[in-house]
Design a protein around this ligand. Structure first.
Ligand SMILES: Nc1nc2c(c(=O)[nH]1)N[C@H]1C(S)=C(S)[C@@H](COP(=O)(O)OP(=O)(O)OC[C@H]3O[C@@H](n4cnc5c(=O)[nH]c(N)nc54)[C@H](O)[C@@H]3O)O[C@H]1N2
Ligand SMILES: Nc1nc2c(c(=O)[nH]1)N[C@H]1C(S)=C(S)[C@@H](COP(=O)(O)OP(=O)(O)OC[C@H]3O[C@@H](n4cnc5c(=O)[nH]c(N)nc54)[C@H](O)[C@@H]3O)O[C@H]1N2
Ligand code: SF4
Ligand SMILES: [Mo]
Length: 904
C-alpha cells in the first residue's frame, strides 16, 4: 500500500511517499506532488525506513524505575502534578517542549499548561534554534512571519547564505538552489560562514568572516548603500520607519570598507564585491540560520540583515526577502500555536491588547481553573536555572534532550537531578535524559503519529499515521488529554482525533482576528475540516482565510506590515562580539554544528549503520597551524576543555577551519561516546531580546589526549550490553554496524597489556584465533562460538583497519567457513582494504574507492557516478566528490577556498 506523509527531520518539510503493509515500511521515496521537494529526498529522508522498527523503542510507561500500565502512569502524573501545584503554587510546574512535536501536540500542551495549570513556564528547544529569528521578525514586521517561499530562492538573482550550511542541513533546498543556478547562469550565491563548508561548492563569493561579526558586516552594508545612493527611498518612505536611527547606529563605527573588513577579518575586495552585488540587485534573498541565531546578539544580527532588505526595497517581491530558514520539522508549528514562554497563544503575546481576555474566553478557562498567567514565563536556560533554585518543582519534557543540547549541559544535569518531579515523554529507550526521569512515558514516533507540521515557508502539511505504535507507545496529545481528564479538565480536552485539535487551533487563529486584535497568522480557512477533509489536506501556506482561501505564497506584497501603523521598522543595531571571551587559558574559538548524515542527539539516525559511516566518531576540526602548534596530527585523539566541561574526539586537520578556531559536531551523547557532549563546554550567555543562548561561540583549550594504545572491538550486540570496557577506556566511541557493534577504544596504561586475558575477563567467548606481536604492541584476535563469529579485536591505530564491511558480514554467518576463519585475522588479505570514510551514503561508496577512481582518470562527478554510482541518488555528496577531485588535482588543500568570480 502507498501513503503520503512528511519527513520528520529538517524544516524543508519534504513530502514522502511510503510503501507499507500496515506493519512495516518497505520503501520510501520523495513525493512528486509535494511543493517542498517535488520528488527529491536527501540521504536522511531516504533512510527513514531503516531507522524504524521496534528494537530500541520505549514501549512501556515507567514510574520510579518500575514498568507500569498506562492507568498507573497517568494517575501518577496527575497526582504528582496536582500535589506540586497544591504545595508550591501553579507556577511551580513547567513544560519543556520541542519543534519535533506535531502542531496538535503543541496546541494541547500550550492549552493545558497555560490555560489550565495557570503556569507561563512552557518553553521549547526552539529557544535554542529560532528564538532570535522570531524576535527579529517581530521587531521588524510586527509578526513572526517568514515573508518568502522556496520559489523565491529559485527566482532570486543573488542568494546570500549567512551562517547556514544548507548543503548538509537543508539538502533538498540546496539541491533546488543548485538546479536553479544551473538554469540561470547569472544567479550569484554568496556564502558567509567562518568555515568553508560543502555549501561553498556553489558559491561565487565566500566571506570567511570572524565568528560573531555578522552585525558589523550588515551594518556596514547599510551604510555603504546609503553612501553610494543605493537606498530605495520610495519604498522606505511609503512602507517603513526608522531608517535614520538604524543608519546612525551603523555609522557609529568607521564605515570604510577597510575598517569593516578588518573588524570582520575578511578580504576588503571581496567585501566590496558583496556590497556591490547586494546593492545593485533587487531580487536578493538572504537566507540565514544558526550562525546568526545562536548568538548572544542574534536578534540584532537578524535585524541588521532585515534592515538592508527594507532599505533596498528587496522584500515582498518574487526572488526577494530576508529568509530565516527553520531547523526542525515543526518549529514553525510551535511558533504558530504560541508554544514559547514569551507567547500566549496563536501569535498573541501577553501584552497584545485584549489577548489574555480573548484566549480566556476562547478556552473557557474562567470557571474551573486558575486565571491565565498574566505575563511571560522562563525561557529555556532560565527555566533550568529556576529548577536549580527550587522554584520550579515539576517539569514535563517532551521530544527533546536538554541534558545534551542546552549550553552548560552538566549544570542542566545537576538541575534535573535536583528537580523533585521530572516527567519525560520519549520514543527511544536509551537516551541521556531518561536517566533523570521519575516518570517515563512512551510516545509514538514518525510513521505512527498523525497530525500536521509547518515547514520553513509557512506550508502546513500532514504527517500521517501509517503504522501502529509499538507496544504501549501512545501519541503525545493523547497522553496529555488523559492527564487533563484526571485533573478534572475533561470537557476542555474532549478530543478523540487530532482533526478536532487542529480545528480548534484553526478557529483560535481566526477568533476576533481583526482591528486591534489583528494577527497575521490566520488559518481560519482550515477550520471545520472533518476527518476525511483533514486526512486529505494538501500542503498549503498560511495565511489561509476568507481573503486567501488557497493560502499565501509571499507576504507583504502590498508593503503593509503587521505593525500598528502598517510600517516595517528598521532597528538600530550596535554590533557586539561573542560573550564567551577568549583568554590565554582558553585561546580557541569553539564553533559547533551539524554533520550531513546525523540528526541532533542521534536517537534516530544513530540506528542506521549507513548514516554512521560518514563521520563515525566524535571529531574536532582544527586548522593545520593550530594542530601543529599543539603537537597534534590528523586522526589523533585530542581533548577540548573549558571550565564547564570536556570533549574528547578525533582530530581532523582541515584547511576549511580558520586559524584559532575549532569545530565540533553537536550530535554525540553519552550513548555513543565517553566524553563528547559539546553542550558541556559552553557557557550559557543569552540574547537579551530573545533569550537564545550563544551556542556557536565557545572558548576552549586544546590538548592531545594522553593514550598509549588504540583498539577496535567488533562485538555481537548481545555481548555488548554491559560494555565494561567503556569505564576503563580514556576514549571510546560506539558505532552500530549492520550485524555487530564497533567500539573504538583508547587507553593510557603504560605496561604492555595481556590482551588475550583482557578479552577473556570481559567477554564470555574465549579467544579462538589470535596473532600477537608484543614487540609492536599489536594484536588481532577473534572469538568464535559454535561456528559463529562473536567478537573481533584489533589492537592498533584505526588507520590499520581492514575492510569492516567484510568482517561485519561474517557476524551474520551461521557457520564460518574454513576460508573465512583463515582470513579473519588478516582482514586486509581478504583482498579488500577499508573503504575509508563513507562519502556517498546512498550507494555506500567510501573515500578510498573514489580517490582510486579519480587517480584512474574519472575526474568528474559524472564519471565517478558512472563508475561507482556515487552522487547519483540524492546528490548530497556531490560537494564532497568535487572537493576530492579538486584535492587530487591540486594536491594542495590550501587552495580550497572559492575565488571571487565576478561575471559582471
Ligand atoms: N543533517 C542535519 N540536518 C539538520 C539538522 C541536523 O541535526 N542534521 N538539524 C536541523 C536543525 S534543528 C537546524 S536548527 C538546522 C541548522 O542548520 P544550520 O544553521 O545550517 O546548521 P549549523 O551546522 O548548526 O550551523 C550553520 C553554520 O553556522 C556557521 N557559523 C558559526 N558561527 C558563525 C558566525 O558567527 N557567523 C556566521 N555567518 N556563521 C557562523 C557554522 O560554521 C556552520 O557552518 O539544521 C536542520 N537540519
Ligand atoms: N552547541 C550547540 N547546541 C545546540 C545546537 C548547536 O548548533 N550547537 N543546536 C540547537 C538546536 S538548533 C536544536 S533544534 C537543538 C536540538 O536538540 P534536542 O531537541 O535536544 O535533540 P533531539 O535529538 O532532536 O531530541 C529529540 C528527542 O525527542 C525524541 N522524539 C522524537 N520524536 C518524538 C515524538 O514525536 N515524541 C516524543 N515524545 N519524543 C520524540 C527523540 O528520540 C529525541 O530523544 O539543539 C540545540 N543545541
Ligand atoms: S531535506 Fe530535510 S525534510 Fe527533506 S528529506 Fe532531507 S531531512 Fe527530510
Ligand atoms: Mo534547530
Amino acid at each position: 500500500m502507498q501513503a503520503s506523509t512528511t519527513c520528520p527531520y529538517c524544516g524543508v518539510g519534504c513530502g514522502v511517499t511510503v510503501d507499507h503493509d500496515g506493519n512495516t515500511i518497505q520503501h520510501v521515496e520523495g513525493d512528486r506532488d509535494h511543493p517542498a521537494n517535488f520528488g527529491r529526498l536527501c540521504v536522511k529522508g531516504s533512510a527513514l525506513h531503516e531507522t524504524l522498527g521496534h528494537h530500541g523503542r520505549l514501549t512501556r510507561p515507567r514510574v520510579d524505575g518500575v514498568d507500569v500500565d498506562w492507568g498507573t502512569a497517568l494517575d501518577a502524573v496527575a497526582e504528582r502534578l496536582a500535589a506540586v501545584r497544591a504545595t508550591h503554587g501553579d507556577e511551580s510546574v513547567a513544560a519543556y517542549l520541542s519543534g519535533q512535536l506535531l502542531t496538535e501536540d503543541y496546541y494541547v500542551a500550550n492549552k493545558l499548561f497555560k490555560g489550565f495549570f495557570g503556569t507561563p513556564h512552557l518553553d521549547t528547544n526552539s529557544r535554542l534554534c529560532m528564538a532570535s529569528a522570531v524576535a527579529g521578525y517581530k521587531r521588524a514586521f510586527g509578526a513572526d512571519a517568514v515573508p518568502c517561499s522556496y520559489e523565491d530562492l529559485e527566482d532570486a538573482e543573488l542568494v546570500v547564505l549567512v551562517g547556514s550550511n544548507l548543503a548538509w542541513n537543508h539538502p533538498v533546498l540546496y539541491q533546488r538552489l543548485r538546479t536553479a543556478k544551473t538554469r540561470n547562469p547569472l544567479m550569484r550565491v554568496v556564502v558567509i560562514d567562518p568555515r568553508v563548508t560543502d555549501t561553498c561548492e556553489i558559491a561565487d563569493l565566500y566571506l570567511g568572516l570572524k565568528p560573531g561579526s555578522d552585525a558589523r558586516l550588515f551594518n556596514g552594508l547599510l551604510a555603504w548603500m546609503a553612501d553610494k545612493k543605493r537606498l530605495d527611498h520610495v519604498y522606505l518612505d511609503a512602507h517603513t520607519q526608522g531608517l535614520e536611527g538604524a543608519l546612525a547606529a551603523a555609522r557609529e563605527d568607521d564605515t570604510s570598507i577597510e575598517a569593516i573588513a578588518a573588524d570582520c577579518d575578511v578580504d576588503p575586495e571581496r567585501l566590496q564585491t558583496f556590497y556591490y552585488w547586494f546593492a545593485s540587485q533587487l531580487h536578493v534573498v538572504t537566507l540565514y540560520s544558526q550562525g546568526v541565531n545562536q548568538s548572544s546578539s542574534g536578534t540584532d544580527k537578524s535585524n541588521a540583515i532585515i534592515n538592508c532588505h527594507l532599505a533596498g526595497g528587496k522584500i515582498g517581491l518574487p526572488g526577494a526577502g530576508p529568509f530565516s530558514i527553520t531547523g526542525q520539522p515543526n518549529a514553525m508549528g510551535g511558533r504558530e500555536v504560541g508554544g514559547l514562554a514569551n507567547q500566549l497563544a496563536a501569535h498573541m503575546d501577553y501584552h497584545t491588547p485584549g489577548a489574555i481576555d480573548r484566549v480566556t474566553r476562547f478556552w473557557s478557562t474562567d470557571s474551573l481553573t486558575p486565571d491565565l498567567p498574566q505575563g511571560p514565563g522562563y525561557k529555556a536556560v532560565e527555566l533550568f536555572e529556576a529548577i536549580e533554585r527550587g522554584e520550579i518543582q515539576a517539569l514535563w519534557i517532551m521530544a527533546t534532550n536538554p541534558a545534551v543540547s542546552l549550553p552548560d549541559a552538566n549544570r542542566v544535569r545537576r538541575a534535573l537531578e535536583k528537580c523533585p518531579l521530572v516527567i519525560v515523554s520519549e520514543c527511544m529507550a536509551d537516551t541521556d535524559l531518561l536517566e533523570y526521569a521519575d516518570i517515563v512515558l512512551p510516545a509514538s514516533s514518525w510513521s505512527e503519529k498523525n497530525g500536521t507540521v509547518t515547514n520553513s515557508e509557512r506550508r502546513i502539511s500532514r504527517q500521517r499515521g501509517i503504522l501502529p505504535p509499538p507496544g504501549e507507545a501512545r501519541h503525545d496529545w493523547w497522553i496529555m488529554v488523559e492527564v487533563a481528564k484526571r485533573l478534572g479538565f475533561g470537557e476542555a480536552f474532549a478530543y478523540a482525533h487530532p482533526c478536532q485539535i487542529f480545528d480548534e487551533h484553526a478557529r483560535l487563529s481566526g477568533f476576533e482576528n481583526e482591528g486591534e486584535g489583528f494577527r497575521l497568522f490566520d488559518i481560519s480557512g482550515l477550520a471545520g475540516l472533518d476527518r476525511t477533509a483533514y486526512d486529505a489536506l494538501s500542503p498549503i501556506q498560511w495565511p489561509v482565510n476568507a481573503s486567501a482561501p488557497q493560502g499565501t505564497a509571499r507576504l507583504f506584497e502590498d508593503g503593509r506590515f503587521a505593525t500598528p501603523d502598517g510600517r516595517a521598522k528598521l532597528i538600530p543595531v550596535r554590533p557586539q562580539g561573542p560573550a564567551q571571551t577568549l583568554s590565554e587559558a582558553r585561546p580557541l574559538r569553539l564553533n559547533t554544528g551539524r554533520v550531513r548524515d546525523q540528526w541532533h542527539t542521534m536517537t534516530r539516525t544513530g540506528r542506521a549503520p549507513r548514516l554512521m559511516n560518514h563521520r563515525a566518531e566524535p571529531f574536532i576540526e582544527v586548522h593545520p597551524d593550530d594542530a601543529s602548534s599543539h603537537g597534534i596530527g590528523d586522526q589523533q585523539l585530542a581533548c577540548l576543555t573549558s571550565p564547564n566541561g570536556e570533549y574528547r574526539g578525533r582530530v581532523r586537520v582541515s584547511n576549511s577551519q580558520r586559524r584559532g578556531e575549532v569545530f565540533v559536531p553537536m550530535h554525540w551523547t553519552d550513548r555513543f561516546s565517553g566524553n563528547a557532549r559539546m553542550g558541556s563546554l559552553l557557557e550559557a550567555h543569552l540574547d537579551p531580546v530573545s533569550g537564545q543562548p550563544e551556542s556557536k561561540h565557545g572558548a576552549v583549550s586544546l590538548a592531545p589526549l594522553d593514550t598509549d594504545w588504540e583498539a577496535t572491538l567488533l562485538v555481537a550486540g548481545d555481548l555488548a550490553s554491559d560494555a565494561t570496557w567503556r569505564e576503563e577506556a580514556v576514549y571510546w566511541a560506539r558505532i552500530p554496524l549492520a550485524n555487530c557493534q564497533r567500539w573504538q577504544l583508547a587507553g593510557g596504561e603504560n605496561e604492555a597489556r595481556d590482551w588475550l586475558a583482557w578479552v577473556q575477563q570481559r567477554l564470555p567467548v574465549a579467544p579462538t584465533l589470535w596473532c600477537d606481536d608484543p614487540a609492536s604492541g599489536r594484536l588481532r584476535a577473534a572469538g568464535i562460538d559454535n561456528g559463529r563469529l562473536r567478537w573481533w579485536l584489533m589492537v592498533a591505530p584505526p588507520a590499520e583497519l581492514p575492510g569492516l564491511a567484510w568482517l561485519d558480514e561474517r557476524f551474520a554467518e551461521a557457520q564460518l567457513g574454513k576460508d573465512a576463519r583463515r582470513r579473519l585475522l588478516a582482514g586486509c588479505e581478504a583482498g579488500e582494504a577499508d573503504s575509508g570514510p563513507l562519502v556517498c551514503s546512498c550507494h555506500q561508496v567510501g573515500q578510498k574507492a573514489i580517490v582510486e577512481a579519480i587517480r584512474g582518470g574519472d575526474t568528474s562527478v559524472e564519471a565517478l557516478g558512472a563508475r561507482l554510482a556515487c552522487g547519483t541518488q540524492c546528490g548530497s555528496c556531490i560537494p564532497e566528490l568535487k572537493s576530492l577531485i579538486e584535492e587530487e588535482r591540486s594536491h594542495a588543500r590550501s587552495e580550497q577556498k572559492p575565488e571571487v568570480v565576478d561575471v559582471a
